[in-house]
Design a protein around this ligand. Sequence first.
Ligand SMILES: [Zn+2]
Length: 258
Amino acid sequence: MNKDIFICHASEDKASVARPLAACLSERGLSYWIDEAEISAGESITQKVNEGLKVSKFVVVIFSRAFMSKHWAKRELWSVLNQEAKSGKIIIIPLLVGSQTEVAGIIDEFPLLNDKSFLLWDGDANSVSNAIQNAVLKVQGASPTCVTEMHSCGHCATPFMHGVHVCLGCQGSIKYGLTQRERMNIRKISAAIIGMLSFITMVHFPSYSESWLGLEVPMMWGMGFWSIPLAAILALGAGLYFEARAVARKALLVRTFR
Ligand SMILES: [Zn+2]
């Protein structure tokens, strides 16, 4: 399993389809295996696909006239696709290549393809790569919602995609999480808490002097010296905790400001 995609193709389709597709997939950060993946006449496609699955997670099979003319039995395609259906995972992505009549002919010969979603090659490696990338992300469980998470504007209810910063409906600015001003307010409250806790801690622990605010306090070994750093650490910890909690609570907020 060292590659993402194994591209299974007839040698006739290498220059026109397999190579441009491979280049596009690699631009998207998907690794591929192509050179040994050619199907030659009389070769078993089941064997080829299984070989591919040993080194990769997905197999893109390029169905074209040239591919169809190789002498592999139709039952084999059945067995490969059945194997996949049993595993319950999309591992084979058929890519149909040719003119409309050629594609219709391929589907006529393999009605099984109708039950499977296949991709059509229209000469644009980009759109096919996008579809393959989506299929890979979906199977790998990268939730597709995080790619296309939708919200709707609180002012005008216009839907927008996560990451957009201006509402197209009301031109309001969309903010994720806390605004700068809200952050500053929380910091002010934290600072107040830090100050108060420092004061309380210092009053309650004797310091360098035996007398604290006019009161006689018993001096314990070490306690006096450590009271100030102790007060600072306790107070700072409490203040930072409060700030972090407040920020985390509001982190998922998506709001429109006008
Ligand atoms: Zn709006």
